[in-house]
Ligand binder design. Structure first.
Ligand code: OAD
Length: 316
């Protein structure tokens, strides 16, 4: 029995007829803007790290490693900083689906937050792996706009929490309770400011100083070892699973769970279209369209008679 759908025209008629389209995206939809993907040979961020001698490049995004030593992340993160004001034709395509009232949800694995620049409604967007849009202190949990730490990232410098810095300096200015008078002539461990202005702990008796430090800022990207946002699971199970009538997957190798599990989770009779430069062997799609996604979506729109309004869109 021939599969029900397999050609580009099948994909076009699915796009035209379906009303609740789930779009799953990955790094491939932003490569035309100069942001590298992760796993493409030679150009992918992880592939480049492998070539530079990193044995397991995914460790750069491992939360335990980050907490142990954030310097590796800050050394490299500048290479994947987002370009905030540019969008690709594929982002414009997702926006077009939204404008037509067909976008159920865009599950993006991308952390570049370009969906916001493309005008994707947050009510239809799940940023599965978080984003650079905000950053949070690992110590006091203060959250700031992500752009606040961009200058540190660009300078390859570990970003510290300004809320912690302010709190610590306020603490330093408060007179400290002392067991002995500050001018006590005892030569034992009375505490004063350290030479770097740190506040030393008062109950230290063995010569080891506890020096409070401002917390390290981490962009609100979901690292390996961290939970995906609850909105991911809630939206998928309580909302989308019942409603979805077409899945379109674009520019992702579908190698990272749980996003890679989504096609298995939704009802089998929901057709699935895959658009990417390279085929994926481990998932069965109804229609696979291999090529540059910007060109493929331009062609889909041309055949559907939809205007794709983007300067980089392929004109037919
Ligand atoms: P990958 O790099 O694994 O996959 C990107 C896919 O897009 C590859 O199959 C490429 O062939 C394809 N591709 C690249 N440019 C393209 C283009 N212009 N047109 C069409 N296809 C193109 O990236 P993801 O699948 O997004 O996690 O990776 C998933 C997760 O792995 C990321 O979210 C990231 C990483 O660990 C975090 O950032 C926490």
């Amino acid at each position: 029995k021939l599969p029900q759908y397999n050609t580009i025209d099948d994909a076009v008629s699915l796009l035209q007829s379906k009303k609740n389209i789930m779009v799953i995206t990955g790094a491939g939809i932003s490569t035309s803007l100069g942001i590298p993907d992760f796993r493409s040979k030679n150009t992918g961020f992880y592939s480049q790290l492998l070539a530079r001698g990193f044995e397991s490049p995914e460790d750069v995004f491992d939360i335990e490693n980050f907490d142990m030593d954030p310097r590796t992340f800050y050394e490299l993160a500048g290479e994947i900083l987002p370009v905030l004001d540019k969008t690709s034709p594929t982002h414009a395509f997702i926006r077009l689906l939204q404008d037509k009232g067909k976008l159920l949800t865009n599950y993006t694995q991308n952390i570049d937050n370009i969906e916001a620049a493309a005008g994707i409604d947050p009510a239809h967007l799940i940023q599965c792996h978080g984003s650079w849009a905000t950053a949070t202190c690992r110590k006091c949990k203060a959250q700031v706009p992500g752009a606040t730490i961009f200058s540190d990232v660009k300078a390859k410098r570990v970003a510290r929490c300004t809320a912690c810095v302010q709190r610590l300096s306020a603490q330093q200015q408060q007179p400290k309770k002392r067991k002995r008078a500050p001018n006590s002539n005892s030569n034992s461990s009375s505490r004063s400011r350290g030479k770097h202005g740190h506040v030393y702990s008062d109950d230290d008796s063995d010569g080891q100083y506890d020096i409070p430090e401002p917390g390290v800022m981490k962009p609100d990207i979901t690292f390996f070892g961290e939970q995906l946002p609850n909105t991911f699971f809630d939206r998928l199970t309580d909302h989308d699973r019942e409603k979805v009538d077409l899945v379109v997957i674009v520019g992702t190798s579908m190698k990272v769970a749980p996003v890679s599990e989504i096609p298995n989770f939704i009802p089998k009779d929901v057709p699935c279209v895959y658009i990417s430069r390279e085929p994926v062997e481990h998932i069965n799609f109804d229609v696979t369209l291999l090529g540059y996604c910007d060109d493929v979506v331009s062609e889909l729109c041309r055949r559907a008679g939809w205007g794709l309004d983007h300067p980089m869109a392929l004109k037919g």
